[in-house]
Design a protein around this ligand. Structure first.
Ligand code: FES
Ligand SMILES: [Fe+2]
Length: 435
């Protein structure tokens, strides 16, 4: 439960709001690289932290992210001509480069120096991990780039997708760190039929197969949830008992403010969900998968993109509130807990069903909501501290973002999950890819 005031502070992200100012002090994905596939290709509309922007790839192949509104008479730069290293407004021909400089103003007399006095807002960007990241805060306090495992590798080893979610970003993040819901929302009746683990046998110490993991999540539906503070944010451990008396641990790592390494088998530990506010009532869910061992075959890549980006011609998700996410009551009775097809769609249905900004004054959090409470506390504290002139947290120079991994593992009943897996500053535990 949260007060109305705290809920408002946490959810509102426009320019000048406490949380909006805090979020602007971190790098965020603004679009996918493949949305601007080649030099001088059509510009792309971007909505980020309540601001309307336009991205374009110039003649040299570099990306720019500028205000949607031309500083002359405010026409949309989306209609612009992307040519000769700049985006030219089609209304009167004013042209801007990647830094926002006005490099041509053909509608003014040749001797005028007016163009030297006009700029369009332009944000610094960086391409990494199949995404274009932007920094929208003050230039003099720009933090170093968060170089995760998936931003440091050849793009062939990763797949990045994006999906619009029609609710406030916090609701979506809370879903990612809500580790108890996977025993319910994402359950199929078939999950109760475990197969012997092809790698290690069934229910033994070590990394389980995907099938075994699914069984263990379904088998113990009352996980203990614990939160561990780290230098980059926090880790949460979902602890479930196994039939053999071990502990099945699911560790998700939350990198402040909006990135969660959510454990998904088989590429369990290097994938992340990044939830970026578009505005107060919607967000973009960037999903990154990384196979550390081999390039991802084109066919698998396309299948993942098609699965994550099911949209109509207007970019709206095909399964949405207006069609009740294609809920199938018969499937709900016979094969799946939710009756909704697709893990992502199941998440969207429940998080969007709360309303675009859920009323947290009326909720009743239980013992499995520990990490959600923790997230809210550190977000609100950071926003208030920033208002008091303190620097944003979780940005220490020593943080090794590249080493952050989620984890699913079976450990002995006597072990503490907090000693398992990796977090910033520690070397990577021996991992092998299981399928
Ligand atoms: S409104 Fe853009 S050039 Fe006039
Ligand atoms: Fe989920």
């Amino acid at each position: 439960m949260l007060s109305f005031e705290d809920n408002e502070m946490m959810c509102r992200v426009g320019p000048g709001t406490p949380m909006g100012e805090l979020l602007r002090r971190y790098w965020h994905p603004a679009l996918l690289s493949r949305e601007t596939p080649e030099p001088d290709c059509p510009p792309v509309r971007v909505k980020l932290l309540g601001e309307e922007l336009v991205a374009f790839r110039d003649t040299d192949g570099n990306i720019g992210l500028i205000d949607n509104y031309c500083p002359h008479r405010r026409a949309s730069m989306f209609f612009g001509r992307n040519e000769e290293c700049g985006l030219r407004c089609v209304y009167h021909g004013w042209k801007f480069d990647l830094e926002g400089n006005c490099v041509d103003m053909p509608s003014e007399p040749a001797e005028s120096n007016f163009k030297d006095k006009v700029k369009i807002t332009a944000y610094p960007v960086k391409e990494a991990g199949g995404m274009v990241w932007a920094y929208m805060g003050p230039q003099d306090v720009m933090p170093r780039f968060t170089d995760f495992s998936f931003t440091n590798v050849d793009p062939e080893y990763i797949v990045a997708t994006k999906t619009p979610v029609y609710c406030n970003y916090i609701q979506s993040i809370e879903g990612n760190i809500d580790t108890s819901h996977i025993s319910y929302l994402h359950r199929n009746l078939a999950d109760f039929q475990p197969e012997a683990d092809p790698k290690d046998g069934t229910d033994v110490l070590g990394y389980p197969s995907g099938k075994m993991s699914t069984f263990l999540r379904s088998n113990d539906r009352v996980p203990k949830v614990e939160t561990q503070a780290t230098s980059y944010g926090f880790r949460e451990g979902g602890i479930r008992q196994t039939p053999n008396g071990h502990q099945f641990i699911r560790i998700n790592c939350h990198v402040f403010p909006v990135t969660t390494f959510v454990s998904f088998l088989p590429w369990q530990n290097r994938g992340a969900l990044i939830i970026v506010p578009s505005d107060d009532d919607s967000c973009m869910r960037y999903s990154v998968f990384q196979n550390p061992e081999a390039p991802i075959p084109e066919e698998s890549r396309q299948a993942m993109i098609a699965n994550n980006e099911r949209r109509d011609e207007n970019g709206l998700r095909l399964m949405n509130k207006s069609n009740d996410y294609l809920l199938d009551r018969e499937a709900q009775r016979t094969t799946s807990y939710s009756g909704i097809a697709g893990v992502g769609e199941q998440d969207y249905a429940v998080t969007e069903s709360m309303g675009t900004i859920g009323d947290r004054t009326r909720e009743h959090l239980g013992t499995t909501d520990d990490s959600i409470i923790h997230l809210r506390k550190i977000l609100l504290k950071a926003a208030r501290d920033l208002q008091d002139g303190k620097p944003p947290p979780f940005q220490d120079e020593g943080i090794d973002f590249d080493q952050i991994r989620s984890e699913e593992i079976i450990i002995a009943s006597s072990e503490d999950w907090k000693n398992s897996g990796t977090y910033a500053g520690e070397s990577e535990a021996a991992h092998s890819l299981v399928s």
